[in-house]
Design a protein. Structure first.
Length: 331
């Protein structure tokens, strides 16, 4: 099978730590180039990760005819520009979450990729792991009854790093953008529908350029079902999901991060007791790369179309408006 040659726009830690190793471990992809705004930084990054080619500008990488697809882990405010420029250069695009700063930007990005005929995906790696198919199968079986609610968390504490890009408001900083998107996208995926309204309360920190350092919210879905969630960058680490049904519940202790060991398992609680469900030990970043690779090579549809990112951004827009204006926002 032909390999997809990937280029990386930027030297972000998420690329170094997870996405590049995932692409390298995939069946369909190989990382062939990296670009930074400075050639020396790109060269050091390439040498560290054994990437053949280093470019001193993003434009140089996009002009490389051997590159089939790009991964964009740049700060959030640069996602729109470089996704559109990549699409215009004929490159398929995997863009880090959140896709954009708002739904309008996301719509323009999706339209540009459709016009260029390139594959476009948002980097929600957790959705590609088979355990979420297994979770949905448990729900479909009726074992926990009808869903009555979902609760999700994703918090960590990095508040001392005042220079972090997550703490620059104009760059799309804040906990809702960075980690709140995970429980929000998970609830939409599990329920298979869009929320109708959002109410969010947040801590906006003067020490961190007034971005939301912690946020707690509720998303209203049909039939009285809600997602309650909290997300934060100034709180103890948590990364969980709970699905509550009429006859039982599902707990996912490590909902969005996988360790490729027993920590990735989930638990089903019913009147019969607790049942641990063992899941395959797989690299979700490699699975993500292969889903995109197959779509490029064979035309296989992505499990999550690019338009899903627009819907997720609409929810995020409502959450941010609610938090800043202290009111319920209909979506």
């Amino acid at each position: 099978m032909k390999k997809i040659h990937w280029g990386i726009l930027g030297c972000a830690n998420i690329a170094r730590r997870a996405v590049i190793p995932g692409i390298s471990a995939s069946e369909t992809g190989v990382v062939s180039a990296v670009a930074s705004r400075g050639r020396e930084k790109a060269k050091q990054f390439a040498e560290e990760l054994k990437i053949p080619t280093a470019y001193g500008s993003y434009e140089e990488l996009l002009a490389d005819p051997t590159i089939d697809a790009v991964y964009i882990p740049l700060p959030n405010h640069l996602h729109k520009e470089w996704t559109i420029r990549a699409a215009e250069a004929g490159k398929h695009v995997l863009c880090e979450k959140p896709l954009a700063l708002d739904a309008m930007e996301a719509t323009k990005m999706v339209a540009s990729c459709e016009k260029a005929g390139v594959v476009f995906a948002e980097a929600f790696m957790y959705r590609y792991h088979p355990r979420y198919t297994m979770i949905r199968d448990v729900i479909s079986s009726g074992e926990i009854g009808d869903i009555r609610g979902i609760h999700g968390t994703f918090t960590f504490n990095n508040a001392k790093d005042k220079g972090n890009v997550r703490y620059k408001q104009e760059w799309g900083g804040g906990s809702l953008y960075d980690v709140g998107v995970y429980p929000i996208s998970a609830a939409r995926m599990i329920l298979g529908e869009e929320p109708q309204a959002a109410t969010v309360h947040a801590l906006f920190s003067k020490e961190h350029d007034e971005v939301d350092m912690m946020a707690s919210g509720i998303l209203e879905f049909a039939n009285g079902v809600a997602l309650t969630f909290d997300c934060g960058m100034w709180a103890a680490f948590r990364n969980t999901l709970e699905i509550i049904g009429t006859d039982g519940r599902i707990e996912v202790p490590s909902a969005f991060i996988t360790e490729q060991n027993e920590a990735d398992n989930f638990y089903v609680f019913t009147n019969d007791g607790r049942r641990e469900v063992e899941v395959p030990r797989l690299n979700q970043y490699a699975l993500q790369a292969d889903a995109i690779g197959r779509s490029i090579l064979t035309g296989e549809p992505l499990p999550f179309p690019a338009t899903d990112a627009i819907e997720n951004m609409k929810v995020l827009d409502a959450c941010l408006t609610s938090a800043r204006e202290r009111r319920r926002v209909e979506i």
